[in-house]
Design a binder for this molecule. Structure first.
Ligand code: AMP
Ligand code: MG
Length: 344
């Protein structure tokens, strides 16, 4: 199959919408990462997403809509709790996915057999226009091969999926750079399943207490069943060995400089770049957590493309605000390996 590289204009969006209506697969830019979209109401089209990505069939997809009313229009949820309306009012369109009890029209392929469904209303104008033009709910996971970092440019999508999907729309670099926040409202107490651009603090300011699933910040034990199936899969791990260093500024620098080698690199902050004498990948200024989120996946892809790098030492993000989302992705890239230098 030849993958069309489409532009972010009316004519090409129309073309992409036609592909979706005909059961095809389209890579689309969103404010979080690029998604691989298909008609959420067409089980065969949805099954093709899993095939193209090599995604395990038990990992459900997020259904993307272009207005709140789409939930009822397409019978996506059996019940819309008050808290869902509050979250939608405050954070939609935007990088927030809400899990609700599933409605009658959602195929099992989308929800991977669960009785719940994940729904998001993205703010990216191209995604919005595409969904509106197709007049369909669009099931879309991230548009990468399963196991590699989520794509934040159209080129990343092509690197992974060229020849396996019908088209990708080039909408430039994604704003947030990490996947959406996922919260479940399908149980008694709201629970954060994946941190993202809408932080825990923001959610709690609108709906009160939100529990945090233990798998957000900790490794799942072998016998533990994850609240969100995606949590059990290894994610975003570069081939090099990534080790997070829990350390003061000075100990971080000293540790790396005393382990200097051409095979060592560092994921660090702008402030560290001049002082470290190994190859550096900066997340941004130390206090700019949004920038860290924006840059992380690009950095992981760059590290993978430099075959000389065998070990990467990384700064340890704080788990507050956007830091929680960065920590959540980084700790997976590190296979949960954290070295506490303050305890040595
Ligand atoms: P991706 O689109 O690649 O970011 O993957 C979607 C994420 O949403 C995965 O981590 C899924 O496990 C999660 N997800 C989707 N639907 C559900 C659901 N019904 N219940 C819990 N988690 C879900
Ligand atoms: Mg993904």
């Amino acid at each position: 199959m030849k993958t069309l590289l489409l532009k972010d204009n009316e004519q090409d969006i129309l073309k992409a919408a036609e592909i979706l209506k005909n059961g095809g697969l389209v890579g689309m830019p969103t404010e979080t990462v690029y998604g691989l979209g298909a008609n959420a109401l067409n089980p065969q089209a949805v099954a093709n997403i899993f095939k193209a990505k090599g995604r395990p069939m038990d990992n459900p997809l997020i259904v993307h809509i272009s207005c709140f009313e789409d939930i009822e229009k397409f019978s996506l949820a059996s019940k819309i709790p008050e808290k869902a309306k509050l979250l939608a009012k405050n954070f939609w369109p935007g990088p927030l996915t809400v899990i609700l009890k599933k409605g009658s029209l959602v195929p099992d392929e989308v929800s991977a057999g669960l009785d719940t469904v994940a729904i998001r209303y993205p703010s990216h104008k191209t995604a919005n226009k595409l969904i509106k033009t197709a007049e369909l709910p669009i099931a879309a996971p991230s548009a990468n091969l399963s196991g590699s970092p989520s794509p934040t440019t159209a080129q990343h999508v092509l690197n992974d999926l060229n020849g396996k999907i019908d088209a990708v729309i080039d909408g430039g670099v994604c704003d947030v750079g990490l996947e959406s926040t996922v919260i479940t409202l399908a149980q008694e107490k709201p629970k954060l399943l994946r941190p993202g651009g809408i932080t825990l603090e923001m959610l709690e300011s609108v709906i009160g207490e939100v529990l945090v699933d233990s798998a957000v910040l900790n490794k799942l034990e072998d016998n533990q069943k994850p609240a969100s199936p995606g949590m059990k899969y290894k994610h975003y791990a570069p081939k090099a060995n990534v080790i997070i260093l829990k350390a003061s500024d000075v100990n971080f620098i000293n540790f790396i400089n005393s382990n200097k080698s051409i095979n060592v690199a560092a994921i660090c902050y702008d402030e560290d770049v001049k002082i470290l004498n190994v190859k550096t990948y900066s997340l941004g200024k130390k206090n700019d957590l949004e920038k860290h989120a924006h840059n992380l996946f690009e950095i992981l892809r760059e590290i993978d493309s430099d075959k000389t790098i065998k070990t990467v030492y990384s700064r340890c993000p704080e788990t507050k605000g956007m830091g929680m989302a960065v920590y959540n992705r980084l700790i997976r890239a590190a296979g949960f390996e954290v070295k506490d230098l303050e305890k040595l």
